[in-house]
Design a protein around this ligand. Structure first.
Ligand code: GDP
Ligand code: MN
Length: 387
């Protein structure tokens, strides 16, 4: 799960990280009102789940209410396209109007899960700002890392090493940067983050250390134990098909191809996608109905797949273990009656109650339903149908 910058700023501020004052707005009038309250120089920032906003023109410094109005109109009326979005870009539904600061230096500070070492890694750089990816590629030594013991967390000596890498010389600034680092790591542990990043952390000419942009991702499997994150969840930023599937306990991931897949079990779903690709097709989705699927769940799965206008063929691949083939057959029949199959549906069933399932399907005599003998046969048939 992701959250917006304004929400990440809240979590950081609560952990003792200094963050400039700001307001979140949902329309141009509110943006102008926010400016009237904050005054002076402000920065207007699109709240979208993608970085690279600065370069795309979706982070704008403004000195007057008129400039805020122009910036807000631009951000609400245009989709933001950056190197982190697809060519279709993303829409900003909210903007942040924040007190702007003068910047003397920009730093990078982040905590991410290092899956290879199986522990969090803290990374800092004195070359923060807009393109940390370029720094990582071209000058990796400019990023200093410390790995955290999952139980002990951030140790004092690590704070010293990391802050030293920022090249600060004033004692109170070193102390302030240490506090930010501890705050960031605290948020990372407290909320089960997969990523917690401040880019940039800045130093003002007066020597203040402030976080002016933040990004956080969380482990989806841990969100259930964080009420605060659940409240921050923004369904409008999620893929509606994926949300709908979640509500029915289906694991669904939208993909770019045209062959809809309905499979039980994640491993089998991966294998099914591999075979589709082997035979020249492209899957439209990954859908795992799970081992203990009900008829209702399976019908909903068909609805989600068949609602997708990109889908020109479907492959149903069920290995009945706990899930029973006849349950899936009943769901297929119900879905066919309710929605009607406008595209070919190739069905491969094997396992528990498969004879009964085959009988049911034969009796139902569904248009567009194509039985397959085995998985390879099924993949070949569906690929041939959509070709
Ligand atoms: P991103 O491009 O999506 O990462 O958005 P950021 O919030 O990091 O902003 C991009 C860049 O805009 C920063 O690296 C700064 O150089 C600049 N910027 C953002 N906020 C301010 C501010 O308050 N004052 C000044 N002077 N520059 C800012
Ligand atoms: Mn940034």
């Amino acid at each position: 799960m992701k959250i917006h910058e304004y929400q990440a700023r809240e979590l950081l501020a609560d952990a003792g990280v200094p963050v400039p004052a700001s307001s979140v707005v949902e329309n141009v009038d509110q943006a102008v009102q926010a400016y009237d309250k904050i005054g002076g120089m402000v920065v207007v920032k699109a709240q979208v789940f993608a970085g690279g906003r600065g370069k795309a023109g979706f982070v704008k410094l403004c000195n007057t209410a008129d400039e805020v109005k122009t910036a807000a109109e631009f951000m609400f009326n245009n989709r933001m396209i950056s190197n982190q979005t697809g060519p279709e870009g993303v829409e900003a539904k909210k903007l942040l109007v924040a007190k702007a600061v003068d910047i003397e230096s920009e730093y990078y500070m982040a905590v991410v899960l290092d899956r290879t070492k199986r522990c969090p890694v803290v990374m800092v750089s004195r070359e923060g700002g807009v393109e940390i990816e370029v720094v990582a590629d071209e000058n990796p030594d400019a990023i200093v890392k410390q790995w955290l013991d999952p139980h002990l967390g951030l140790m004092g000596f690590q704070v010293t090493k990391l802050v030293a890498a920022l090249g600060l010389t004033e004692k109170d600034q070193i102390k302030a940067a240490g506090k930010v680092l501890r705050g960031l790591v605290k948020v990372f542990y407290q909320y089960d983050c997969a990523l917690a990043e401040i880019n940039p952390l800045i130093r003002t000419p007066e020597g203040e250390i402030l976080a002016i942009d933040a990004k956080m991702n969380f482990d989806d499997n841990a969100v259930f134990r964080h009420k605060r994150l659940q409240e921050m969840f923004d369904p409008s930023e999620e893929n509606p098909k994926e949300l709908r599937a979640q509500e029915h306990n289906l694991t669904y991931i939208d993909l770019d191809g045209n062959i809809g897949c309905l499979v039980n079990g994640a491993g089998l779903a991966m294998g099914t996608m591999d075979l589709i690709k082997l035979h020249g097709g492209e899957p439209a989705n990954f859908l795992d109905v799970g081992g203990s699927v009900t008829k209702e769940g399976a019908i909903e799965a068909f609805r989600i797949i068949l609602d997708d206008p990109e889908v020109t063929g479907v492959l149903v691949n069920i290995f009945g273990g706990i899930a029973k083939c006849d349950t899936i057959a009943e769901a297929l029949i119900a879905a066919a009656n309710e929605i009607g199959f406008k595209v070919p549906v190739v069905v491969r069933l094997e396992g528990t109650n498969v004879e009964r399932a085959r009988e049911l399907l034969k009796e139902a005599n569904i248009d567009q339903l194509i039985p397959a003998d085995d998985l390879t046969d099924a993949a070949k048939k569906v690929c041939a149908k959509v070709a």
